[in-house]
Design a protein around this ligand. Structure first.
Ligand SMILES: [Zn+2]
Length: 101
């Protein structure tokens, strides 16, 4: 198996999705090729880091408070700028009249 194929199959190998023949070919190649073995180790390490959540970024503690206060401050303005009740298109129950008719 070539290096290109081996590295293409690494995700499937790690997921146990390869058939027996491909698995044996991969393992044979990995024993004799340091570059592909490093690729396998790299992807294994990445998967493990993702599983542990160590790559997840925790938002600053005050971010939620700032967003909530920002949303709370904007709500009254939105209410003031909203059209008055009954002035929306279609609220009269009939079709909107064209100024050209
Ligand atoms: Zn290789």
């Amino acid at each position: 198996m070539s290096c290109e194929l081996t590295q293409r199959f690494v995700p499937g190998y790690l997921d146990g999705e390869l058939d027996l023949v491909r698995t044996i070919e991969m393992e044979t190649h990995l024993k004799s090729c340091a570059a592909c073995a490093r690729e396998l180790e790299s992807q294994q390490a990445l998967r493990e880091a993702l599983r542990r959540g160590s790559l997840a970024y925790a938002a600053p503690a005050g971010l939620r408070v700032r967003i909530q206060s920002s949303l709370g401050a904007s709500t009254p303005q939105e209410t003031l700028n909203a059209p008055a009740h009954g002035t929306r298109c279609g609220s009269g129950g009939g079709r909107a009249r064209s100024p050209y008719l």
